[in-house]
Design a protein around this ligand. Sequence first.
Ligand code: RIB
Length: 308
Amino acid sequence: MNFLYKKAPEIVVVGSTMMDMIAYVKRAPSSGETVIGDSFSLGFGGKGANQAVMASRFGAKVKMINTLGDDVFGETTLKNFAEQGIDTKYVNRVPGASGVAPIWVEEDGSNRIICVPGTNFAMTVPQVQSALSEISEIDILVGQLEIRQEVTAAAFAAARTRGITTILNPAPFAPLTSDLLANSDWIIPNETEFAGLDESGRAPDSDSVILDLARSLGCKLVVTLGAKGAAFVENGEVVRIPAPSVNAIDTTGAGDAFVGAFAVGLGLGYEPAKAVKLGCASASLSVTRKGTQSSYPSRDEAEKLLSD
Ligand code: RIB
């Protein structure tokens, strides 16, 4: 595959891997209720891994830093990374269970996810510091909150000392420590995470609320808005990028497709609006198919998205 750029972005993802166990059901059960599902699939997931895979589909050179367990999920996840062209030199394995994510997807494509981190929580600060010190070329460092926050924060601090652009996807939401925030260049929450970050718990339903949060965070902010696309703040104003109109059947991992594609856009030197547009196009395509990584644009589709 020949992508239409001279140099592939060098992207490092410090983050999670999960095995996604997705049950498709017309309506999720209430407490104490059992319902009959329509279908089930087992696939590769985890916000970190998903973002790495999306970036790799665009031809970026992607390195993953993660800890897998010594179980069959650890084994198959490593094989998947290799198949996706992702460098796993800094993925280690320890005794224990790899991360898993039971997921319910309802008829309208919406999802509910429980992440059980397993060995994702065995990642350590010295591990990521040592890995990053060995990687000489990094354009973009991407992190999320499915590993211990202190580990993500240490990675972002190391990146800051080298002038590497950092992107934080604060998912699942947790209050951010001041050092992680201080070392984040870009923050990309969805609507739920936005409300968590906002001091008053407000949803991003007006420009003034989005501007308030951008001001209080003190970093560059992109909010993903599902079918409505995404909004970001530039020169003190909110810029909205609409998403292509599609029939959503499974939204699992769409936000990760956005983040991985956006990271590639920044790594290619795109203006934020163009990087956000690439993120929206990638996420929109992903929701038209079932599964997480299995729903992402293929390499051919990614090449086409880059040329659109
Ligand atoms: O963002 C979607 C992802 O969240 C899934 O792949 C699941 O593993 C959880 O990490």
